[in-house]
Design a protein around this ligand. Structure first.
Ligand SMILES: Nc1ncnc2c1ncn2[C@@H]1O[C@H](COP(=O)(O)OP(=O)(O)OP(=O)(O)O)[C@@H](O)[C@H]1O
Ligand SMILES: [Mg+2]
Length: 417
């Protein structure tokens, strides 16, 4: 168990074993917040009055509420994929879609919960249930941050661990309680007040027939970070001599080029050029159009079959596309689609021009985002940007589909000379 006094992004949190230690920390937290002993939302901070004896048994309780669990959630609520790590361990990304369910909460499915009188399910499991479907990239990325946070918690095994824990789930008829330190990756870092307000509205939710209460511990501090920060931290660690880097992030909804300086304690964004709507959804749409005009056109297809083909393709000249009992190589449709992606989207052209200009001036670019996990896409973009440039410094980071999130673990140890 990590030191529960720290509240930084890389905490490995903590099923602390001593109630008094927790209560002492809560006392400290509430004083630090507003000096009047009230919690961060202006509410009284709730404390368990139970104490543990030396033998480890709980004695006398005048307040039989469950002890607060402290945890850290790092979350990258992308347009296409929800990435998150709870207590330092990253889970598999979940598609950023959810349904408000018509019926009861399903049993045995990840990412389902009750919240504000409605039942929700997140990820691909939503397709098999009835209800209204919401997609992050259709304008719900920031406004539904409460849903994405609850989706992350309920998709992770963290809540199950609490339910198994006799200390934190001592009173099964009472809510389990979580003090959550949160770090959110977002391009819209200027929407702090709105995001904070939405988070503060999450006071409780249900999961596996139990109520959980949440209190956020760090909303008064810097809890929103620029989306490419994890990639930038990784790049600066790889190349400690660089003072400045470029980050090209090809996500599901957005492609963004950012220039960051190292800074002594924290990388800082100098310039940022996002093309909203220019991410992999638009790439796949252009590829889809190319297929439909080609010799395997004319049959019913869905956009996610393109994503599946890109995910399967390991070589740059072979993109196996499955249709019925036949496999087609759609590498030419992919190339045509990418040409069209740039030709039809002036903002994408602008972002790629800015990135190319940076390479031309000798700058070093590190590529991140799920789009670069596809070798055929990564190779095409690299060649496009490097055209007519001597010795271009362009590198795709390892695990580009999750590095924006997992690289955040480097934040606590980040100090540069
Ligand atoms: N392993 C993979 N192989 C190929 N493509 C992948 C892989 N993982 C993700 N992708 C692609 O990356 C896209 C999602 O990338 P990413 O998770 O970076 O986007 P996002 O963060 O959800 O979106 P945004 O940054 O625009 O908010 C998917 O749509 C898919 O096309
Ligand atoms: Mg992203």
């Amino acid at each position: 168990m990590a030191n529960e006094n720290t509240t930084n992004s890389t905490d490995v949190l903590n099923l602390v074993t001593d109630t008094e230690v927790v209560n002492a920390q809560l006392e400290k937290d509430s004083k630090q917040t507003n000096g009047n002993g009230n919690g961060k939302n202006g509410k009284k901070t709730v404390r368990s009055k139970s104490t543990r004896t030396n033998s480890g048994k709980t004695s006398k309780t005048s307040d039989d509420r469950n002890t607060w669990v402290r945890a850290t959630l790092n979350i990258d609520p992308g347009n296409k994929m929800l990435k998150f790590s709870c207590n330092g361990s990253a889970s598999s990304p979940v598609p950023s879609i959810y349904k408000e369910l018509k019926g009861d909460l399903p049993v045995g499915k990840a990412g389902c919960f009750g919240y504000k009188g409605k039942n929700y399910i997140v990820g691909n499991a939503a397709h098999s249930l009835k209800g209204k479907l919401y997609k992050s990239y259709e304008g719900h990325k920031t406004s539904k941050i409460d849903i994405w946070v609850l989706a992350a918690l309920t998709s992770d095994s963290f809540l199950d661990e609490i339910l198994q824990d006799e200390h934190y789930n001592k009173y099964p008829s009472k809510p389990c309680r979580i003090k959550l330190n949160i770090n959110i990756l977002s391009l819209t870092t200027e929407k702090v007040a709105a995001i904070k307000k939405t988070l503060q509205e999450i006071q409780s939710f249900t999961y596996r027939n139990r109520t959980f209460e949440i209190e956020f511990t760090n909303l008064e501090k810097e809890f929103i970070h620029t989306e490419g920060l994890g990639a930038a931290l990784t790049a600066f660690k790889k190349c400690p001599d660089l003072d400045e880097i470029g980050i090209l992030d090809l996500g599901g909804g957005t492609i963004a080029f950012s220039i960051l300086i190292g800074g002594k304690y924290h990388p800082k964004v100098l310039e940022q050029y996002p093309a909203s709507g220019g991410g992999m959804v638009s790439v796949a749409t252009c590829i889809f159009d190319s297929i439909n005009t080609g010799d395997i056109g004319g049959q019913h297809r869905r956009l996610d079959t393109i994503f599946a083909a890109l995910k399967t393709a390991k070589a740059v000249d072979k993109v196996p596309y499955r249709l019925g009992n036949k496999t087609h190589n759609i590498d030419e449709a992919v190339t045509d689609g990418l040409d069209k992606w740039v030709d039809d989207n002036p903002t994408v052209l602008d972002v790629l021009t800015k990135a190319g200009q940076y390479l031309l001036g000798g700058g070093q670019i590190f590529a991140t985002g799920g789009g670069f996990a596809s070798p055929v896409i990564a190779n095409w973009i690299k060649e496009y940007l490097s055209n007519e440039i001597d010795d271009p410094q362009f590198e795709v980071l390892d695990n580009p589909h999750v590095i924006n999130l997992t690289g955040m673990e480097l934040l606590n140890d980040y100090v540069r000379d």
